[in-house]
Design a protein around this ligand. Sequence first.
Ligand code: ZN
Length: 693
Amino acid sequence: MSAEPASNPFLAPSDLPYGLPPFADIRIEHYRPAFEAGVREQLDEVEAVVTDPAEPTFENTLEALERSGRTLDRVLAVFYNLTSSMADDEMRALEAELAPRAAEHLDAIRLDPRLFARIDHVHARRDALAPEQQRLVERYHLDLTRAGAALPEEERARLRTLNSRLTTLTTDFGSRVLAEANDLAVHVTDRAQLDGLADNVVESAATAAADAGLEGWLLTLVLPTIQPAMSSLRDRGLRRRLHEAATTRGTRGGARDTRALVGEITALRAERAALLGYADHAAYVVADLTAGSTEAVLGILDEMAPPAVANLAVEQERLEQLMAADGVEGPLQPWDWAYYAARDLAATYDVDTDALKPWFELDRVLHDGIFAAATALYGVTFRERPDLQAYAADVRVFEVLDHDGSGLALFVCDWFARPTKRGGAWMSEFVEQSHLHGTRPVVVVCLNVPRPPAGQPALMTTDEVRTGFHEFGHALHGFFSDVTYPRLQGTAVPRDFVEFPSQVNEMWAWEPELLARYAVHHETGEPLPRETADRLVASRSHGQGFDTVSMLGAALLDQEWHRRGPDDPVVLPDDVEAFEAAALERHGVRCDLVPPRYRSAYFAHVFSGGYDAAYYSYLWSEVLDADTVDWFTEHGGLTRENGEVFRRELLSRGGSVDALEAFAAVRGRPPSTEPLLRRRGLLGASTASTATG
Ligand SMILES: [Zn+2]
């Protein structure tokens, strides 16, 4: 079915405020024809650039490229957002068809040698350009070089073969891990074994069993090694079954074993890196990130390892005491850790996070917490626009007004779970800020807060509150973007930098004055008692030894797999676990009681998820975050002055300046690892004093 072009809403710019997509007019049959038209339009535009007889200039090449593909941008922005937040089977089928075609389209442009020659010409003469223009030329030159555009034809052909094979292998890895998770879900027929689990978790397990055509309950597996149920299940035997199911994923032989894929993926990535002129894949990846070199990455990880392992020993002793007090015979096993750590947390801080939900009513968190923090820091205010319609009835649209009252952005607030939304939380954009296009941002934040029954308020867990502040930190990065070229806007920064502003914004969730304002009991109107708030905040630094060691294990494994050179022999399936053990041993984080957050055979982030050689980013962003939290704290916290500096020097710059230079402009110096080491209790100092992070 195809729509008449004249009636396809993607084929012309939206005339709604801020270019908000006309959701009410968009039908599924509009995507494919708009996609086709958009691809043709951009190929024509790029062809006009590469065949221009005039000498290549910034304007006729780079700026022309930035102006191209507007129709495709419009359709893909809506398409990719809705395949995440409103995808039925028909949408998913369309995604499977269009996503690879969009990737091929991008490659066709990036690997055109005529285009590279023009960009190379401008790049060689870039000194005379304005700073943001220089930055754009460098960005494109690097993007194309790293994609292989500068290689001779036969090497480009080999590169295309490698890319295509890697796409197949990594997709296969993801499917096998998913199939293993379903296959290894733990089936329980005796209700007594589920003792300790919250009622809603037991209900979900019953639903999962019914969906699978089974009697009883089914505990499905999540990706990390430690399964959520492990912290509350009293039945030790069931905890052991869960642990063994989780850790054997991908290693059981047969069609779902992933170990041969691990060997081949790492070998092909090493070959590709060598083709592109790098020592190994990790060097290739990290060269374009802010950490700069694999030596720097390993330096940070190795600095954290010994004190984290030392903390682990202290934690282990406490857990062993609790277990003995329970009358359970030792030794402590990996499947006991999460359970006794949760008991230790409850005993130490007397915090029952479920019982706190009445103090975290969604609207109050949004207005008096998240928006109020942004107003205090940046002077921005928020006005709901019920006249503007989003893509679902429960999605709200707010206009963001700058400190002078002028319109800055739209904020699309999509916080409730729905069956067609994927799990997790994220920020994305429908319209990106650009002075070139004269566009202001339309930012969306998706959360998965369960919808309350009709007539009841939506109450959030403290983790959902933290996530709300986190995602809003990404949204601020989008709102404040103040650049000319869309390739450099807002969140278009390196992967090991993009989580940093959002992690910083989490600090305001626990700021005492703000907390007193937004954590108010929805029935009694009583603020959360100060003493409870203090315990809640203090409890957040609990169990850091375990968390740090398991994160370090995963980050180091990722680095070691991707530091293999093109001449290293392929690691055979039977040797994958030995490789893993040796890698952990080498960095001093091999610990039978604390397996890595992901073991190689189900490490989907790096073998199918785009975090290859970059899993360390989570810890590195946290280094920047902890250091910046200290800066805010040293300068008086939640003030307009602090907000102005952070906005001007960092949030507004997007990718238009070097990320670490933007950091230094705020902090007054390069990043230091010390604040993070202190926060994670790795300096021997008290962790309670840094609990605001
Ligand atoms: Zn994030």
